[in-house]
Design a protein around this ligand. Structure first.
Ligand code: NAP
Length: 262
């Protein structure tokens, strides 16, 4: 077998990845396991998590499955407690799961929907960080990765509230990076462009959007989950040891192209 590259070696590290039964979260869990990490697979549905756990174990990795709805504080605490009970610590936290229940301008978003979006995307990430980061600080070592979005970098008439929650997550990341830097705990965010998952199906299945991406984005295509997992691996591993408080955009160049020219 080929030796692991030391800059991307996660051997023995314990990683919690929320929303890892499908899509980007699943790919992150698989790649972390392949790099030697012990991974916690989590989503609302235990059966889906067990299937991912089994696939990782069958491929020679170490994984457990713990169901958790990120909107519920007690379920987040039980996710952390179960991990600590099993493996004694958390070295890497990936706050990946998020929700986007509404489409339309901000004025059309109900108070209830706003609270749900902010509760599940922003407050739950803050909760989870508070549950995990003090332990990382004690051991003077840890990496937290938050899945933001390019929707948090630009205005959007359709998914504005989601974008606001994703922008706020990057502010949370910067603040936690300042608070925990001296304890050698790093916190970063990733902003994917459109990646082919269930979450983005309404976009990837829309021929007008596909055409616009082909025309405007420098790479001219949608992303794949593993292309986000690669960035997460860098941030979790020694390769990212000097990176903290950052938002890394992985969008095929979609946000840097001038739409009036291309
Ligand atoms: N795909 C894109 O184009 C794109 C672009 C930018 C940013 N992102 C961000 O990337 C992250 C992952 O997105 P994705 O595209 O991989 O989504 P996805 O394929 O729809 O997967 C979402 C995952 O989260 C879980 N999940 C959903 N609601 C949950 C909840 N309330 N509590 C716990 N788990 C929950 C799902 O499993 P269950 O249904 O079993 O709970 C699933 O495992 C999100 O933060 C998203 O905002 C995605």
């Amino acid at each position: 077998m080929q030796a692991m590259h030391p800059l991307f070696d996660l051997t023995g590290k314990v990683a919690i990845i929320t929303g890892s039964s499908r899509g980007i979260g699943r790919s992150i869990a698989e790649e972390f396991a392949r790099a030697g990490a012990k991974v916690v697979i989590s989503s609302r549905k235990l059966d889906a998590c067990l299937a991912v756990r089994d696939a990782i174990v069958a491929a020679g990795g170490e994984a457990i499955a713990v169901p958790c709805n990120i909107g519920r504080k007690e379920e987040l605490q039980s996710l952390v407690d179960t991990t600590l009970g099993q493996w004694g610590r958390v070295d890497i936290l990936v706050a990946n799961a998020a929700i986007n229940p509404v489409y339309g301008p901000l004025a059309s978003v109900s108070d209830d929907a706003w609270d749900k979006i902010m509760g599940s995307n922003l407050r739950s990430t803050w909760w989870l960080c508070n549950m995990v980061m003090p332990g990382m600080a004690e051991r003077k070592q840890g990496s937290v990765i938050v899945l933001s979005s390019i929707a948090g970098l630009r205005g959007n008439p359709v998914i504005g509230a989601y974008g606001v929650s994703k922008a706020a997550e990057t502010a949370l990341v910067r603040n936690l990076a300042v608070e925990y830097g001296r304890a050698n705990v790093r916190v970063n965010a990733i902003a994917p462009g459109i990646v082919e998952t269930d979450f983005a199906k309404a976009l990837t299945d829309n021929p007008d959007i596909a055409k616009a991406v082909m025309r405007r984005a420098p790479l001219g295509r949608f992303g794949q989950p593993a292309e986000i997992a690669g960035v997460a691996l860098m941030l979790a591993a020694p390769a990212g040891a000097f990176v903290t408080g950052q938002l890394i955009v992985a969008d095929g160049g979609a946000t840097i192209a001038d739409p009036t020219v291309l």
